[in-house]
Design a protein around this ligand. Structure first.
Ligand code: ATR
Length: 264
């Protein structure tokens, strides 16, 4: 039986096993998908298991999307350009890293029918998923991208990869159309930003990368002001769909049934 794992720390919140096992059953694929609370030292061993065929695939989540890279043989194009990997498997004998977060983010924004091409966008955070978001936004011709991270140096490092972004101080809010929470703030109950989002005014798109819990400090701020609020569920579903396709060569369906199942 084939074996797949999502690897992260924390990992308890991940709904990947629920979703991937649902699709495996639906498509009659003999495989099992589990979760692993991992530490950086475990990454080498996990990749060596992929190489030996003892494991068939990995999803990589916070905080290992960049840290996994030294243990891989090959990066595909999107992973190379963002230096961020969320999917791993053996391809032509090489332990290969893929990035499906770019497609996940792009497809979820398109599903909202939201045109970013003339929009000013603030991204909060500079962790593992942020290069994918910047890459997708640039691909969709976003007008201006601001980056704000508690540790400013990490935002500045991303500017080396994407020269056109503007780095802000943490907590500083310029005039914007869309704001994205790409921090891990919200994963823990009672996490608070300490940022007054209300100064932004109305008709903004609040996009939270977090999908579990569904309600966060950020999403409450978005909802309160009568703006558009989108959590990370669609991004999660689309990135998972792409990962499933890479592993099994089948595009699984995203329909109301699967959404209901995930939300239940
Ligand atoms: P990593 O930073 O190791 O890639 P990540 O989970 O992908 O891990 O990123 C976590 C993001 O949430 C970071 O942008 C982090 O900010 P720092 O770079 O300053 O650590 C942000 N974050 C986590 N806790 C936070 C908090 N209490 N306040 C503000 N930002 C926070």
């Amino acid at each position: 039986m084939k074996k797949y794992l999502v690897v992260g720390n924390p990992i308890e919140h991940s709904l990947s096993p629920k979703l991937q096992n649902y699709w495996l059953n639906l498509n009659n694929i003999e495989a099992i998908y589990g979760k692993l609370l991992a530490y950086e030292d475990d990454l080498k061993e996990l990749c060596s298991r992929i190489k030996k065929g003892q494991l068939d695939g990995l999803n990589i989540t916070v905080p290992f999307k960049k840290k996994i890279i030294p243990h891989l043989d090959v990066l595909n194009g999107h992973a190379l350009r963002t230096q961020s990997v969320n999917t791993v498997c053996l391809h032509n004998g090489n332990v290969t890293g893929y990035n499906t977060d770019i497609d996940g983010f792009e497809l979820s924004v398109k599903k909202l029918d939201y045109d970013v091409s003339n929009k000013k966008i603030v991204i909060l955070g500079a962790g593992g998923v942020v290069p994918s978001i910047i890459y997708a936004l640039k691909k969709m011709n976003a007008q201006q991208i601001y980056l704000s991270n508690r540790t400013k140096e990490k935002a500045q490092i991303l500017k080396n990869l994407f020269e056109s972004i503007d780095v802000l101080d943490w907590g500083a809010l310029p005039d914007f159309d869309m704001i994205i929470n790409a921090t891990s703030l919200g994963l823990k109950e009672n996490d608070k930003f300490g940022i007054d989002f209300s100064i932004a005014g109305k008709n903004k798109l609040f996009f939270d990368v977090i999908y579990n819990p569904f309600k966060t400090d950020f999403s409450e701020a978005g909802n309160k002001q009568g703006n558009i609020m989108q959590n990370g569920l669609n991004m999660f579903l689309f990135q998972a769909q792409k990962a499933f396709s890479i592993w099994h060569n089948i595009e699984p369906q995203i329909d109301q049934k699967v959404i209901k199942f995930i939300e239940s």
